[in-house]
Design a binder for this molecule. Structure first.
Ligand code: ZN
Ligand code: ZN
Length: 89
């Protein structure tokens, strides 16, 4: 086994991604647990890449994309959630 890239299987469906994939090609789940605080016009954003088990960004405290995609259930409900997450799915 070569170890040129540390590719981990998809957190939702366990499919192994290709080297440069950012999202799973089977289920669309993000492959990196980035901070959801995206770069925008008025903010710098964070985009910190967190461990796969992180429900919240270790750098700024915003939810991670794994949590937003339902791949991680946070241990604690928090007022830090963006408003669009409050509605029931
Ligand atoms: Zn997948
Ligand atoms: Zn962050």
């Amino acid at each position: 086994m070569s170890k040129k890239a540390e590719l981990e299987p998809c957190a939702r469906c366990s499919k192994l991604p290709h080297e440069n994939d950012v999202h799973c090609t089977d289920c669309g789940a993000p492959l990196q647990n980035r901070c959801s605080d995206e770069h925008g016009l008025l903010k710098k954003g964070c985009s910190y890449v967190n461990p796969r088990t992180a429900a919240y960004c270790g750098k700024c405290g915003e939810p991670t994309v794994f949590q937003l995609h339902g791949l991680i259930n946070p241990a604690y409900e928090t007022a830090n959630k963006p408003a669009f997450l409050w509605k029931r799915t």
